[in-house]
Design a protein around this ligand. Structure first.
Ligand code: UD2
Length: 339
């Protein structure tokens, strides 16, 4: 097992662009002020790509773009503002489309507004791409589309059972991506992220990613809540690997509406996750157990063969490495009082 001291988080070394094949001149990142989007922005900049960001800062934060802001063109707006979208996309070779209502409970509370953002917003992005002759759209989808099907690992071709408006909307958007290719000849590709974690993930809501919440608890010497028996498991993927997958998807030979799982192919239980965090942060805090969340999925793990064969994607950050880097980042943020 690695210890936190063996890994030092350094923003300058955090550069997934090293895997890029230097083909992108200008890119639009919708949702570029968000947790994942802002890392894509940083990677594109360090590869010499001109970057435009369109984000309404509803869940994203300009803090995430602090280092990038003077090197990008930033539009503070909604993807449904079609005029702004068309301006933002001008002369781009690729759109990374991440802007969305990302909270599952929020989409349950407001299925109509969330559909307008996650479905109609995606259609607007595709229409802007069509009108402005953009070569490729890389869409951020989610493993939520699999729903509660028992089969493991999750393979792209299996039957789906989306169980929330969010999941239905992501699935619908994947289909529009496919149609964008079939009907209009756009190059499109949808990436189904498994549980993404890493620096800049916001721990502030009870539905934030479990790793961000556990980091906050560990740094505050507090006991976390584990829902259910804690033996439920997830395929956690480090954000730099997700960035690398996006860059590969933007430059791969084929983008004909394909759907690709972006996970590691391994999973870890939630009890084990807390034990691991305790072990490298020197804590001995017992978690509190509460009843399982309604609709919580027991096990989730990606079949990664398609990602390997289509994109040549392999992870660079084993779980313990990514977790240690993430812990260091939250530690640094806590000291600096930023979040
Ligand atoms: C992830 C996505 C969600 C949706 C879903 C589809 C995140 C943050 N959420 O939900 O958007 O795509 O996958 O399947 O990526 N847990 C605790 N204590 C806590 C918080 C969580 O025990 O304080 C448990 C939770 O009950 C679950 C596991 O940890 O069993 C992971 O929770 P999560 O909210 O990070 O992610 P998940 O897989 O439920």
């Amino acid at each position: 097992m690695c210890s936190a001291v063996e890994w030092t988080f350094n923003e300058h070394e955090f550069n997934p662009a090293r895997q890029m094949s230097h083909q992108l001149k200008r890119a639009l990142v919708t949702g570029g002020a968000g947790f994942i989007g802002s890392h894509i922005v940083d990677a594109l900049i360090s590869d010499g790509c001109q970057v435009t960001v369109l984000d309404n800062l509803s869940t994203g934060s300009d803090l995430n773009l602090a280092a990038a802001m003077d090197q990008i063109t930033f539009y503070n707006g909604d993807i449904r503002d079609r005029q702004m979208l068309e301006k933002a996309v001008e002369d781009c070779d690729v759109i990374f489309h991440l802007a969305a209502m990302v909270s599952v409970p929020q989409t349950i509370d407001d299925p109509v507004e969330s559909a307008l953002i996650n479905e109609m917003g995606t259609l607007y992005v595709l229409e802007a791409a069509r009108k402005k002759n953009i070569r490729r759209v890389v869409f951020s989808s989610s493993c939520a589309v699999y729903g509660d099907t028992p089969q493991l690992p999750k393979i792209e071709s299996m039957p789906l059972n989306p169980c929330s408006p969010y999941a239905v909307q992501k699935r619908t958007a994947e289909r529009y991506m496919r149609l964008g290719c079939e009907l209009y000849g756009l190059e499109t590709i949808s990436l189904r992220y498994f549980n993404v974690y890493g620096p800049r993930q916001d721990p502030s809501s009870p539905y934030s990613g479990v790793i961000s919440i556990f980091m906050k608890m560990a740094l505050g010497n507090q006991s976390p809540v584990i829902y259910g028996d804690g033996n439920q498991s997830r395929d956690f993927i480090y954000v730099a690997d997700v960035v690398a997958a996006n860059l590969l998807a933007a430059t791969s030979a084929s983008a004909k509406g394909e759907i690709v799982n972006i996970g590691t192919g391994s999973s870890i239980g939630i009890n084990q996750l807390w034990d691991l965090i305790c072990s490298f942060s020197g804590l001995t805090i017992k978690p509190q157990h509460q009843p399982a969340r309604p609709g919580d999925i027991y096990a989730s793990v990606a079949d990664t063969r398609h990602a390997k064969s289509l994109l040549g994607f392999n992870i660079d950050y084993p779980f313990e490495t990514g977790l240690a880097l993430t812990y260091q980042w939250y530690q640094k943020e806590q000291k600096s009082g930023h979040r």
